[in-house]
Design a binder for this molecule. Structure first.
Ligand SMILES: Cc1cc2nc3c(=O)[nH]c(=O)nc-3n(C[C@H](O)[C@H](O)[C@H](O)COP(=O)(O)OP(=O)(O)OC[C@H]3O[C@@H](n4cnc5c(N)ncnc54)[C@H](O)[C@@H]3O)c2cc1C
Length: 460
């Protein structure tokens, strides 16, 4: 590569590709450095492969356990061919990674370079040993799997999310550490295909900000299918007795002993910053290694910006691309502009799904906002009843004074799609009274919002 580039983007994941495109569209020449295979976490080992596995697992579960609810009988056996499931997933992922590469290769202003890159100064570094200088840079190096230090934990027992995406035979029993999105989704994948699965998390109420009742109903709904979920874990340790492995844990004063064959560690990831020599670039990181950024996504070095998981703001794809694009633009502007705040919808793609956008009630109260909140169960919604999908619920939070909708959280069939209705409402800062004016198709699950908001506006 040339020794000088206008804009250096580190990492060709989602944030990096969006940053590179944005800077190039404003006339700059960009060098996009990637140290691994092209595509990034979402395409290669994250969102897409996990969802490609979840779909057949959910259908398998439905066919194996839930046909009677619909009055259907399966005359014969349904089998899950895990090798075929993984092979089909790999072929889809390969195509997606190729498409991502080709769309960057078409852009004359972006050159792809193979890393790794390390900084040697505020506007310089080495790429594969060669010195490189840059006008501006974006750090978008993402994250890597983190293995927690638990006494007695043997690395040979461990499966990571990367391993689960490639498994071609199922362990008999799996202990999942961590009830976050990755632990629940891939834990349920293994469970739906036939493993015995126990998920353990140290948090007592599943998640500190979510509505306690709704969050626990969601967790209960998952565990009612047979996947054990233990929250509020204390004094965790491992024990072995010959080939037998056991996890000993205290839950609300009671000791549980869980035998397992494999452990799926889903306790989070750490930022990929250690190898970058950020100190030489005068880029500060927090105690976990996340890059510090201001409202313009600028690091402590005014020539360098950062976006995506490496910032530790919220490790989701939609924010990585949104921030990537803004970081890319800010590298070109003479005076960088703060990134407009947007509602960030998130989802957990279990069966049933969980989704949320905006503020939860506790977050609104923490900000001293006067809150009005309403709830509705899917069991009160006609379409959920006729679909035999009554497990689920919705909570909406609004400002009690201005009546602006502040947030919504829900679980149930289609939650990851339905939540966009509230995302649009939040984006346009709709009030419950304005939403009340909107007509909905009957019967639909979307009517859940209408029914609840009608109730909140006291209009019926
Ligand atoms: C199992 C799983 C499922 C997920 N599912 C979802 C989901 O359903 N929805 C959702 O929103 N999010 C999901 N996520 C999270 C989502 O994948 C990430 O938030 C997103 O991909 C982060 O993008 P990024 O660009 O910040 O980082 P990455 O995509 O990780 O990109 C970083 C890139 O930098 C490269 N790199 C690292 N170091 C260097 C270096 N020194 N020099 C050059 N290049 C370097 C890496 O090889 C990588 O390609 C999931 C994550 C996991 C693990």
């Amino acid at each position: 590569m040339q020794n000088h580039t206008d804009i250096l983007v580190l990492g060709a994941g989602s944030a990096g590709r969006y940053a590179a495109r944005a800077a190039s569209s404003m006339g700059k020449n960009v060098t996009l450095v990637e140290s691994g295979p092209f595509g990034g976490l979402c395409i290669l080992k994250g969102c897409m492969p996990s969802k490609a596995l979840l779909r057949p697992a959910h259908v398998f579960h439905l066919l194996s356990h839930r046909l009677a609810e619909l009055g259907l009988v399966l005359n014969g056996e349904v089998k899950a061919d895990i090798s075929a499931i993984v092979r089909i997933k790999n072929s889809m992922i390969g195509e997606m990674a190729d498409d991502a590469l080709q769309s960057i290769q078409k852009n004359d202003r972006i050159r792809i370079a193979n890393g790794p890159f390390t900084f040697s100064g505020p506007q310089s570094g080495h790429l594969d040993g060669q010195p490189v200088s840059f006008e501006k840079a974006v750090i978008a190096t993402g994250s890597r799997i983190r293995i927690p230090a638990i006494p007695g934990l043997d690395r040979d027992w461990i499966l990571t999310s990367d391993d689960i995406l490639e498994l071609e035979s199922l362990p008999k029993s799996v202990l999942v550490l961590g009830a976050g999105p990755v632990g629940l989704e891939l834990g349920q994948y293994l469970f739906h295909l036939g493993s015995s699965v126990t998920v353990v998390d140290t948090k007592l109420h599943w998640h500190p900000h979510v509505d306690r009742e709704l969050g626990l109903s969601y967790i209960n709904s998952l565990s009612s299918q047979g996947m054990q979920i233990l929250l509020g874990a204390r004094d965790e340790r491992f024990e072995t007795d010959g080939p037998v492995r056991r996890f000993i844990v205290g839950i609300e004063g009671k000791t549980h002993t869980i035998p397992f064959e494999k452990i799926f560690v889903a306790t989070g990831r750490r930022p990929e910053t250690e190898s970058l020599n950020l100190h030489a670039a005068r880029v500060d990181v927090d105690r976990h290694g996340h890059v510090h950024v201001d409202a313009c996504l600028r690091t402590t070095n005014p020539h360098i910006f950062a976006a995506g998981d490496v910032t530790g703001i919220l490790p989701v794809l939609n924010l990585a691309t949104y921030h990537g694009e803004h970081a890319g633009r800010n590298t070109v502007l003479t005076v960088p502009v703060p990134v407009p705040e947007r509602p960030v919808p998130i989802a957990i793609f279990t069966d049933p799904e969980y989704a949320r956008v905006g503020l939860t009630e506790s977050q609104a109260r923490d900000r001293n906002i006067p809150v009005m909140a309403g709830r509705i169960a899917f069991g009160d919604v006609g379409k959920a009843i006729v679909n035999r999908q009554t497990e689920g619920g919705l909570k909406i939070v609004a400002n009690a004074r201005t009546r602006e909708i502040l947030g919504a959280e829900m679980y149930g069939e289609g939650a990851s799609e339905l939540i966009h209705i509230m995302t649009v409402a939040l984006h346009f800062r709709a009030t419950i009274d304005q939403y009340h004016e909107i007509l909905h198709i009957h019967p639909t699950l979307s009517e859940t919002f209408k029914y609840l908001i009608d109730e909140m506006t006291d209009s019926l």
